[in-house]
Ligand binder design. Structure first.
Ligand code: GDP
Length: 439
C-alpha cells in the first residue's frame, strides 16, 4: 500500500537513524527527502511546505525531552507532524443507538458499493446486524450489485428497481428495518447534473436523519479529493470519510492529506477489491508503518550501543576535521564487523549511507576481508599517509598480502571515494544552536 511513499519515507528515516550527529544540514537533508517523497505521492505543495517549516522549526528549536537523544527527537517530530497531516487520532464508528442510521455518499466509481459491503462485513464481525437500503435509481444494476454482494453475508437488503423515487425508497426502507440495530442507506453516485445529485443528497439527508454520513472517496484522484469532499459537505454534515483504492496508488498520500484538511476524520481505508481489503484508519499506526518505525527503533538502539562501546572518538574527530586516513577507515571496518549486516550498517556510518554509490555496500561486504588483509601488509606510515603508496609500495603490499597489484589499487580507490564523502561531511558547521545537538 502506498508502496513508493512508504519505501521513500522508510529509507529517509533509516538514513536519519544511521546519522551519529544531528545538525542543521542533516535536518535540512531529511526534510528535503520527505518533501520529495510527499510531492511524488501528490500531497499538496502548500501542505508539504508548511509541514517542512514546522519540522525544521521544531527540530532546531525544541529541546529534546530528558532521556531522548537528538536523533530520536527529530524522528519523533517527523512522525508527529506526518500524523497531523493525515488527521491525528483514530476514530471508529460508534454505534450508540438503535437503529443507528448511516447514509453513504460518493461518486459513481469511487468504490461506494464495494465499500458498503466491506463495512457491513466489518460491523458484522463486531457483532452488529446491519441492513441495507438501496436508493440508487440511476444506475440500473445498482440494486443487483448490492444484492450479489450482501446475499452471501446474509444481510437484508431493501430496494425496488422499478421505483424511481429515491426519497420514497429511503422512507420505505427505513420503515422496513426500524427494528434492526443498524441501517446503511446507499445513494446514487451520478445524476444528469452534479447539482441534481447534490440536491438529492440534501433531501435524502433530511429524510434519513442519519446518525452518521460517510463519504466514499477514490484514493487515486489525489488532491482533487478535497474539492469533492467540500462539494458533498455543503449538502450535509459529513461525519466521516472512507478513502478507497489505496492499494498501490501513487496518489494516495494526496487524497489522505487533502481530505484530512476538511476536518472530517478518515475512518477507514480500502486496500483492494476483496471484501476483507478494508481497515480502520489509525493515523498513528498508519504513519508508523509508512515510516517503518519498528526497524528504525531497533537501528537506533543498535547504533547507540555501538557508539557508546566502540566508537573511536579520535577517528570521528579526524573525520570531522576532514582528515581521514586508511587507519581511520580500518577502525571503521572493525566497528562495522561488530555491528553486523553491512547493508544496514552502511546507513549508520556518518555520510556513507547518503554518499556512496548504490551498490557500494554490496561490494564492501564482499571485499571487506580482503581490504583488511591488504592493510595488514601496510606500514604505519602508509596507513597514516596513503598518498605515499605509489608503484613500488603497491607491488610490495600486494606481494606481502598474497594479492594482486589491482587489489591494492582498488583499495586506494575505495579509500579516496570514502575520503571525499567524509570531507563533505566534515565541512558541515557544528557551531551555533546546532552545536548542542552533537552527541
Ligand atoms: P461505485 O460505483 O462507487 O459503487 O463503485 P464500485 O463499488 O462498483 O467500485 C468500482 C470499482 O472499484 C470496482 O471495480 C471495485 O472492485 C473497485 N474498488 C473498490 N474499492 C477498491 C479498493 O479499495 N481497491 C481496489 N483496487 N479497487 C477497488
Amino acid at each position: 500500500m502506498l508502496g513508493n511513499l512508504g519505501k521513500n519515507l522508510t529509507n529517509t528515516m533509516k538514513k536519519l537513524a544511521g546519522m551519529s550527529i544531528i545538525d542543521k544540514e542533516v535536518v535540512k537533508e531529511v526534510i528535503k527527502d520527505i518533501q520529495r517523497a510527499l510531492i511524488q505521492s501528490d500531497v499538496n505543495i502548500k501542505l508539504v511546505l508548511n509541514l517542512s517549516k514546522t519540522i525544521e522549526e521544531r527540530a532546531l528549536n525544541e529541546e529534546p525531552q530528558k532521556g531522548v537523544t537528538p536523533k530520536e527527537h527529530v524522528i519523533k517530530i517527523v512522525y508527529e507532524e506526518l500524523v497531523n497531516l493525515v488527521g491525528e487520532k483514530a476514530q471508529e464508528v460508534e454505534i450508540d443507538k438503535k437503529p443507528y442510521r448511516i447514509l453513504f455518499m460518493g461518486l459513481q466509481g469511487s468504490g461506494k458499493t464495494t465499500t458498503i459491503s466491506k463495512l457491513t462485513r466489518y460491523l458484522q464481525k463486531k457483532g452488529f446486524n446491519p441492513a441495507i437500503v438501496c436508493t440508487d435509481t440511476w444506475r440500473p444494476a445498482a440494486y443487483e450489485q448490492l444484492r450479489q454482494l450482501t446475499e452471501p453475508m446474509n444481510v437484508p437488503l431493501y430496494g425496488d428497481p422499478e421505483n424511481k423515487d429515491a426519497l420514497d425508497l429511503a422512507r420505505k426502507g427505513l420503515e422496513e428495518f426500524k427494528k434492526r440495530d443498524l441501517v446503511i442507506v446507499d445513494t446514487a453516485g451520478r445524476h444528469k447534473e452534479e447539482k441534481d445529485l447534490l440536491d438529492e443528497m440534501e433531501s435524502l439527508s433530511s429524510i434519513v436523519k442519519p446518525d452518521e454520513v460517510i463519504l466514499v472517496i477514490d484514493g487515486t484522484i489525489g488532491q482533487q479529493a478535497k474539492e469533492q469532499a467540500l462539494a458533498f459537505s455543503k449538502t450535509t454534515n459529513i461525519g466521516s470519510i472512507i478513502i478507497t483504492k489505496l492499494d498501490g496508488s501513487a496518489k494516495g498520500g494526496g487524497a489522505l492529506s487533502a481530505v484530512a484538511e476538511i476536518g472530517a476524520p478518515i475512518k477507514f481505508i480500502g486496500t483492494g477489491e476483496r471484501v476483507d481489503d478494508f481497515e480502520a484508519f489509525d493515523p498513528e499506526r498508519f504513519i508508523s508503518r509508512l515510516l517503518g518505525m519498528g526497524d528504525i527503533k531497533s537501528l537506533i538502539e543498535r547504533a547507540e550501543e555501538i557508539a557508546e562501546e566502540d566508537m573511536d572518538m579520535d577517528s570521528v574527530d579526524a573525520m570531522l576535521s576532514g582528515k581521514f586516513t586508511l587507519k581511520d577507515m580500518y577502525a571503521q571496518f572493525e566497528m562495522m564487523n561488530k555491528m553486523g549486516p553491512m547493508q544496514q550498517v552502511m546507513n549508520m556510518i556518518p555520510g556513507m549511507g547518503a554518499k556512496l554509490p548504490k551498490n557500494a555496500s554490496k561490494v564492501t561486504e564482499e571485499k571487506l576481508g580482503k581490504y583488511k588483509v591488504l592493510m595488514d601488509s601496510m606500514t604505519e606510515q602508509e596507513l597514516e599517509n596513503p598518498s605515499l603508496i605509489k608503484q613500488s609500495r603497491i607491488k610490495r603490499i600486494a606481494r606481502g598480502s598474497g594479492m594482486k597489484n589491482e587489489d591494492v589499487k582498488e583499495l586506494l580507490k575505495y579509500y579516496n571515494t570514502t575520503k571525499k564523502a567524509m570531507k563533505g561531511f566534515g565541512k558541515r558547521k557544528m557551531g551555533g544552536p546546532m552545536g548542542q545537538m552533537m552527541r
